[in-house]
Design a protein around this ligand. Structure first.
Ligand code: CP
Ligand code: NVA
Length: 303
């Protein structure tokens, strides 16, 4: 079993992963030997703090070994991706890939002979969304019927929230004046909308009033931050999104949880002070990336 995108998972599998994550967080010692003698390979084309650390530390906490590989310092870039993944599958028991293009994640999953997890690509971020569900469950005590408003770019993180919502009965409203073209998944949006669990809206204030959770993400995906060719687009997005910044004035008087997958760009998509607001569950959410990743290692690893 792979985790390429949540759209392909059953509701039962999504709920099982969330329950396991909560259980692993509650009783970490019980799982300290679960992965003895087993290895997790982490192959990254994009940078990372959370996904990498959660994988490496999480696997160590399960008694196993993690092997981090930067795309540029391996031979993945020189050879056929499928061949290299087949070889990696002979060494390790599980694989996490963070690749720029979703098509490459699919190619890797097709070639892998061990379970493979998508650690974020241009279209989806399923491991993030599972940790987000876990965090919402912990904070609100339920998932079904929760109303979440996502504000920002319709991107990989938003897609996985929509897919996650569809599986557990959580409604997502997207206030997204810009769509990352490569991320657009109209089939997913139609499925979620038909289930009454996805709405696109221009009415930010109205959506927030009806929400239990507000969620935002960067206005620019991480691989473009240091790309000089992206400077003009960066400026355009900052101008476009300024009115959609999460800040104290926008959220005044609203009883909702504040979420962000991180890394946050203080003063852009979120005013820095909101990260420390009593309504913020951002750092629990970040911690839960590790419990969530441990649960996925156990689930996909057959434990
Ligand atoms: N949220 C998330 O995936 O963080 P990293 O990019 O640091 O892994
Ligand atoms: N959407 C952003 C953040 C993901 C953690 C990106 O892909 O860079």
């Amino acid at each position: 079993m792979h985790l390429v995108r949540l759209k392909d998972w059953s509701s039962d599998d999504v709920l099982d992963a969330v329950e396991r994550a909560i259980e692993v967080k509650r009783n970490p010692k019980q799982y300290a030997q679960a992965m003895v003698g087993r290895s997790l390979g982490l192959l990254f084309q994009k940078t990372s703090t959370r996904t990498r650390c959660a994988g490496e530390v999480g696997m160590a906490q399960l008694g196993g070994h993690a092997l981090y590989m930067d795309w540029r310092s391996t031979n993945f870039g020189l050879a056929d991706l499928g061949d290299e993944i087949r070889v990696l599958s002979r060494y390790v028991d599980l694989i996490v890939v963070r690749l720029l293009h979703h098509e490459d994640v699919v190619r890797a999953a097709t070639a892998a002979t061990v379970p493979l997890m998508n650690g974020c690509c241009n279209r989806y971020h399923p491991m993030q969304a599972l940790a987000d569900l876990m965090t919402i469950q912990e904070s609100l005590g339920r998932l079904q019927g929760v109303r979440l408003t996502y504000v920002g770019v319709l991107n990989n993180v938003c897609n996985s929230l929509v897919a996650a919502g569809l599986k557990v009965g959580m409604h997502v409203t997207a206030v997204t004046p810009e769509v990352n073209a490569a991320a657009e998944d109209n089939e997913l949006y139609s499925q979620a909308a038909a289930a009454g669990l996805f709405t696109r809206s221009d009415d930010l204030h109205g959506a927030l009033k009806r929400s239990d959770v507000v969620y935002t993400d960067t206005w620019i995906d991480m691989e473009y931050f240091s790309d000089p060719a992206y400077e003009e687009e960066k400026d355009r997005r900052i101008r476009l999104f300024q009115p959609f910044q999460l800040n104290a004035a926008l959220l005044a008087g609203l009883d909702l949880r504040i979420m962000h997958c991180l890394p946050a760009h203080r003063g852009y998509e979120i005013d820095g002070a909101l990260l420390d607001d009593p309504r913020s569950i951002v750092f629990d959410q970040a911690e839960n990336r590790m419990h969530g990743q441990k649960a996925l290692i156990l689930k996909l690893g057959g434990c």
